[in-house]
Design a protein around this ligand. Structure first.
Ligand code: HEC
Length: 136
């Protein structure tokens, strides 16, 4: 097809842009993942030295942290917890995780996690919020 006038060519170009824009909009919901997986905060790197955090991993030096949010403290069957953590009795949520990460020895006195605590409350909260996203 040959378009003779400038006006016709401009019209064609505008139509092509409109079609592309419509296609892009229409494709967005189908292509975008439902919820992009949260990236771990930089401060989580040190936790990974002692903790696995993927679904099928077993315990390492510490218990697997996948699914820790909503789990009873000391609740991983194949991990040998300290009596202190087993007796803690809480179910992990964003708040008590942040408190534990900020100061493990204060939150659960006598636990055996050899980590002094996060640098500040904001860092502890970011790590706790990230842990809450680790669910199947
Ligand atoms: C030096 C190794 C080490 C490091 C570093 C470490 N942990 Fe731990 N963690 C442990 C051990 C060991 C336990 C088990 C404690 C117990 O039984 O008293 C534990 C227990 C836990 C628990 C309790 C889990 C449950 O199943 O009840 C959480 C939550 C946790 N750690 C989170 C973290 C986070 C988050 C970090 C990083 C900010 C971290 N840990 C850093 C070794 C470590």
């Amino acid at each position: 097809m040959i378009f003779a006038t400038k006006a016709q060519r401009r019209l064609l170009a505008a139509a092509a842009v409109a079609v592309m824009a419509t296609a892009a909009v229409a494709q967005t919901p189908a292509q975008a993942p439902a919820a992009p997986p949260a990236a771990p905060p930089a401060d989580f790197a040190i936790c990974s030295a002692c903790h696995e955090s993927t679904p099928k991993a077993g315990p390492s030096l510490g218990p697997n942290l996948f699914g820790v949010g909503g789990r009873k403290a000391g609740g991983v069957a194949d991990y040998d917890y300290s009596p202190a953590l087993k007796a803690y009795g809480a179910t992990w949520n964003a708040d008590n995780l942040a408190a534990f990460i900020l100061d493990p020895g204060k939150a659960v006195p006598g636990n055996k996690m050899d980590y002094p605590g996060a640098s500040d409350a904001a860092s502890a909260k970011a790590i706790a919020d990230y842990l809450m996203t680790l669910k199947g």
